[in-house]
Design a protein around this ligand. Structure first.
Ligand code: TXA
Ligand code: MG
Length: 327
């Protein structure tokens, strides 16, 4: 059910959950300081109890009230990228009211989201909101209100429709607590290049201890219900009758005219993920296109492996694809 911002504020204040738009993916929000509200998020998502919830704030000042110290590097990045798709690991104050949201961890992952509706809700409530991606644990993050409705519609008090997410992939998560190094715990649109442009001379490391630092990384993630397997060669497509194949627009265009009737006769459906020349658009549409395979009712899907390239966004797309592929 679609609800307004005002209705969302009321429902959240009463300790219930609602789905909200962010620039990355839709989040399932609840009062981060309310244990019962937090418990509802875990229940609705069927989320393992040891997987902490990312918390959202409306400003750096508000965030500062909940954490011990904000390191110099964190503050420089916050000033530069907030609001935006960058999340920070920070140390909670002792006796923090966020310990339920973090599943007992003394660290919180925090961000200031860049969506006018969500920011306005956060300001009106003036308390942090926990909001993991608004999907059942293990399935794909939703990037439209329809995708949320499809997955969680029957289980939550409402959805604030803020349109399609403009980024389309989850935020980058970093640990910038140390002086000499920034660690990327989950890649996203803001990557090494963008971080180094704000912190010249600081080394930025990727992927290190990802599964140890971020509990969510150890669970199967971001995958549709239909099994998706990697396909290395274009020519192999015809060996999989009755399947669906994800491929880039460029790969789609390189299929010869004479091949099309063969694909049709073998009932092979092609799903274009967009052009490698417009990675931001590809990221925006990525999860929606991947999730759409479940509506085709095919037993198996294939992904013709593209080369996303070495930009931060290319690496983030590769990271999400790796999680989709059931190798
Ligand atoms: O873009 C995003 O970050 C979206 C939007 C809604 O803000 N949220 C999101 O939340 O992607 P989620 O829960 O799907 O992914 C957050 C990841 C999970 O892998 C979780 O394990 C990890 O961050 N995480 C959250 N809090 C943590 C903490 N205190 N310590 C370690 N890892 C944490
Ligand atoms: Mg998630």
């Amino acid at each position: 059910m679609l609800i307004t911002e005002e209705e969302a504020v009321k429902i959240l204040m009463l300790g219930d959950t609602v789905a909200v738009p962010t620039e990355t993916v839709y989040g399932l929000a609840a009062l981060a300081t309310n244990p019962e509200a937090i418990a509802k998020i875990f229940e609705v998502k069927n989320r393992p109890a040891d997987n902490p919830l990312i918390c959202h704030f409306h400003s750096i000042e508000q965030l500062a009230r909940f954490v011990k110290a904000i390191s110099a590097n964190t503050l420089l990045l916050l000033n530069h990228f907030s609001p935006g798709p960058l999340s920070y690991m920070l140390d909670l104050r002792d006796d923090s009211p966020l310990l339920f949201a973090t599943a007992g961890s003394r660290q919180v992952i925090a961000r200031i989201p860049d969506h006018p509706f969500f920011l306005s809700i956060l300001r009106k409530i003036d308390a942090p909101l926990a909001a993991p991606s608004a999907n059942t644990s293990g399935s794909i993050s939703p990037t439209t209100a329809d995708m949320v409705e499809e997955d969680l519609g029957g289980k939550i008090a409402g959805i604030v429709d803020g349109g399609a997410c403009t980024v389309g992939l989850e935020s980058t998560i970093i640990d910038a607590r140390r002086m000499e190094v920034v660690i990327i715990l989950r890649p996203g649109t803001i990557g090494e290049t963008e971080i180094q442009s704000v912190l010249p001379g600081i080394s930025v490391r990727s992927g290190e201890n990802e599964t140890k630092a971020i509990p969510g990384a150890k669970y199967r993630h971001y995958a549709p219900a239909t099994p998706v397997t990697a396909l290395k060669n274009m020519a192999d497509i015809i060996n999989h009758p009755g399947s669906a194949v994800f491929l880039t627009l460029e790969d789609m265009q390189s299929i010869t005219r004479s091949t099309y009737p063969v694909l049709t006769s073998k009932n092979i459906q092609l799903l274009s993920i967009g052009s490698l020349h417009d990675l931001p658009a590809m990221a925006r549409n990525f999860y929606r296109i991947i999730a759409s395979v479940d509506t085709l009712k095919v037993e198996q899907a294939f992904f013709l492996l593209p080369s996303f390239g070495n930009t931060s966004l290319g690496k983030a797309l590769q990271n999400r694809l790796d999680r989709i592929l059931s190798l």
